[in-house]
Design a protein around this ligand. Structure first.
Ligand SMILES: [Zn+2]
Length: 65
């Protein structure tokens, strides 16, 4: 489902992974930048970037193990 937003706010693409909906990135570089921004903004540990098994794009994964 694609929803057009008129406010000009960028709406990231999403992908269903199992039972969760994750933001998807077209390139590894884009995902890595987003991971760094998230770590900086939230003081969170670095997120790992991985290739989606369902499509030609990338996701971020928090290491919880
Ligand atoms: Zn995906």
């Amino acid at each position: 489902m694609r929803k057009q937003i008129r406010t000009g706010i960028y709406e990231p693409k999403r992908c269903w992974v199992g039972e969760t909906q994750k933001i998807s990135y077209d390139t590894r570089e884009e995902a890595e930048v987003a991971a760094k921004v998230a770590a900086y903004d939230h003081g969170a540990p670095a997120l790992s970037v991985y290739k989606c098994e369902y499509g030609d794009h990338w996701h971020l994964s928090s290491k919880t193990n």
